[in-house]
Ligand binder design. Structure first.
Ligand SMILES: [Ca+2]
Length: 281
């Protein structure tokens, strides 16, 4: 009887000990996540010389000035009286149902309001619709829908602009925070582009700096918080970090406490039974 009790309590304690160790280490540490991109343009060379190369949309017309400085691409259009373009694209990479993610780190030098049609942009079309994001100095807005905008000072520093699109739902994140949904309009082409859209005389001119443009063709993916902003410590508008559910965070400790209590009770019970058994025998 005594031996059976001892063996039983030994097994019980072993199980409890294993459970406690398992729980103690099961604290859901933050996973080291990183993103993978299908296309990464980093501004080291002109986009047409990058790997893979970006296609100039209309190479036959005046291209404006463009250069790289370190790993930053500068696009500069100066003349609103002439037709010009500094627009780069990747063709036939958008699968509407799979979704796509485009991220660019951009700083606007200036956007002249001499012209009437804003044209520095990031855009995609998925064979059904065109979704474009236009840069002004004090805001970004949807192409052709200036009333659908988000106020952001685009000239004071670089910001990270991310556009995700799947099945016609296109969202814009600025510095890691959702800011805008782009409605889009019917369009049958398929490409991703950035730069200065081709305009007949009358379009705005401007200067823009592009640190990088990245594309992930495997899905519409929201940013991983927090998205790094710039190379220096700059105040970030409140980054939305999912607060950890307090019960969820306490769960391992509650579990441990219960297990410890059960273990103590078991030991006391076993010792008592052992004493009783000894007295009886
Ligand atoms: Ca760069």
């Amino acid at each position: 009887m005594l031996i059976r009790l001892k063996a039983a309590s030994g097994i019980m304690l072993t199980i409890l000990l294993i459970s406690m160790i398992t729980l103690a280490f099961n604290t859901h540490p933050a996973e080291a996540e990183s993103e993978t991109w299908t296309i990464e343009y980093d501004g080291n060379v002109l986009p047409e010389n990058a790997d893979p190369p970006w296609r100039l949309t209309t190479p036959t017309i005046y291209q404006g000035d463009r250069w790289t400085d370190g790993d930053i691409l500068a696009l500069y259009t100066t003349d609103v009286s002439s037709k010009r373009e500094l627009q780069y694209q990747q063709d036939n990479i958008v699968d509407r149902s799979t979704g796509i993610t485009i991220e660019a780190r951009v700083k606007i030098g200036y956007i002249s309001l001499d012209g009437t049609i804003p044209d520095t942009q990031i855009a995609l079309c998925d064979s059904h619709a065109f979704f474009g994001l236009v840069f002004l100095e004090d805001r970004v807005h949807e192409v052709d829908r200036p009333d659908n905008y988000y106020l952001v000072n685009t000239t004071e520093r670089f910001h990270v602009y991310r556009v995700t699109s799947v099945n016609g739902t296109t969202k814009v994140y600025v510095d890691g925070i959702y800011r805008l949904t782009i409605t889009g309009f019917a369009y049958s082409y398929n490409y991703v582009l950035f730069g200065d859209m081709r305009m007949d005389p009358g379009g705005m001119n401007g200067l823009s700096y592009w640190d990088y443009v990245k594309i992930d063709i495997t899905g519409a993916k929201p940013p991983l918080p927090p998205t790094p902003v710039g190379g220096k410590a700059t105040p970030i508008n409140k980054i939305a970090v999912k607060p950890m559910n307090s019960l969820e965070s306490l769960a391992p400790y509650i579990g441990l406490t219960i297990l410890l209590a059960v273990a103590v009770v078991t030991v006391v019970y076993v010792k008592k039974r052992k004493r009783d058994t000894e007295i009886i025998s």
